[in-house]
Design a protein. Structure first.
Length: 155
């Protein structure tokens, strides 16, 4: 069975698909865009993808926008390029999509404290993976987040 066939079987008949994939490698990658494209082609009707707030500057302060993020881009440019391509594929699709953009992800227990913003980044630099996971599960059934890009962070 091919990878696409496995994904199609996993997606078929599901109410929603959440994609939180990424690459640990620093070189060129297409894992995010390939995963999103495959979920769409497999028939996902509701698709939530995890991207990154770091590559976007809406809502950021001057220091973060002009110094911190350009510096981060030198180290994370390949992963961010993959996520930008994923966002483009998802937002151009006909599915009920949500792009979730957390900042740097940390391990640790769920705090239950998540700030979100639709018009720009939340001005906090970290988020726990457990909080992102809980936000994604809640977002599946949230109609105001359909066809929305939402930045989240520790609140």
């Amino acid at each position: 069975m091919h990878e696409q066939d496995k994904l199609t079987a996993a997606v078929e008949g599901r109410d929603a698909v959440i994609s939180a994939v990424g690459s640990r490698e620093r070189g060129p990658t297409t894992v995010c865009v390939d995963g999103a494209r495959a979920a769409i082609e497999a028939g996902a009707k509701r698709l939530l993808v995890v991207s990154a707030g770091g590559m976007h500057t809406e809502g950021d302060g001057f220091f973060t926008r002009t110094l911190v993020k350009p510096l981060l881009n030198t180290f994370l440019k390949h992963g961010w390029a993959d996520m930008l391509a994923m966002e483009a594929v998802v937002t151009a699709s006909d599915v009920d999509w949500t792009v979730v953009r957390p900042p740097m992800l940390l391990d640790g227990p769920r705090t239950g404290k998540v700030a979100s913003r639709l018009d720009g980044n939340v001005r906090t630099f970290t988020s726990r993976r457990a909080d992102v996971a809980a936000f994604l599960l809640d977002a599946v059934a949230e109609p105001t987040l359909i066809r929305a890009k939402v930045s989240i962070a520790h609140g």
